[in-house]
Design a protein around this ligand. Structure first.
Ligand code: CA
Length: 191
């Protein structure tokens, strides 16, 4: 009797473990992390707004805005007071809902973004609703580079993040500067 109960327990535990395995395997998609939901009470604080673009990221007919902030501050002469490192924040905003896509301190680097529309159905004349919009962000520091992609996921009402490229064993990085002060010595010496 006891043996039979024991077998049943083992069988049920095995069944549960198998179900869990199938469930979690089924959850594996292209996204590299949990979705990025709206953040309550977002405040740009002392950050400086560098760029803002308007585009319909989730296909509901209303434009979101994509906003890039940095902790660098404009100097009295209007030029940006770049230091060797800053906090960089990339936000998708839908009305009063803010989605912090990226929020990190970058040393000797910066973040640049692109809004890319794709035509997955390969239609000759796609309407706006046929296109899928992704936010790509290239993130650099003095010793690493990565390319990230963010796309709206209706099911989780959040933005999914995918790491498109993040080369292994990176040692140092030279990169073009869109925002930071160009380093003339790199240009002149060809280093
Ligand atoms: Ca929208």
């Amino acid at each position: 009797m006891h043996t039979r109960t024991g077998f049943r327990k083992i069988f049920l535990c095995g069944l549960f473990a198998l179900s869990a395995l199938i469930f979690f395997a089924g959850c594996g998609g292209k996204a590299d992390s949990a979705g990025i939901p709206a953040e309550e009470g977002f405040s740009a604080g002392d950050l400086t707004l560098l760029e803002r673009s308007y585009i319909d990221l989730n296909g509901d007919g209303e434009d979101e805005s994509v906003e890039l902030y940095t902790s660098a501050q404009p100097a009295p002469d209007g030029r940006m007071g770049w230091d060797t490192g800053h906090t960089w924040k990339l936000v998708a905003r839908a009305g009063e809902r803010f989605y912090p896509l990226f929020d990190e301190y970058l040393q000797y680097g910066e973040l640049q973004y692109w809004l890319v529309a794709t035509n997955p159905k390969r239609l000759d004349a796609p309407a706006d609703g046929d296109l899928e919009i992704s936010v790509y962000a290239a993130v650099t520091t003095g010793n690493d580079f990565k390319l990230l992609r963010f796309a709206w996921d209706e099911r989780s009402a959040a933005y999914a993040q995918e790491i498109v490229a993040n080369p292994s064993d990176q040692w140092f990085v030279r990169h073009s500067n869109k925002y930071n002060i160009p380093q003339a010595d790199y240009t002149e010496t060809g280093r």
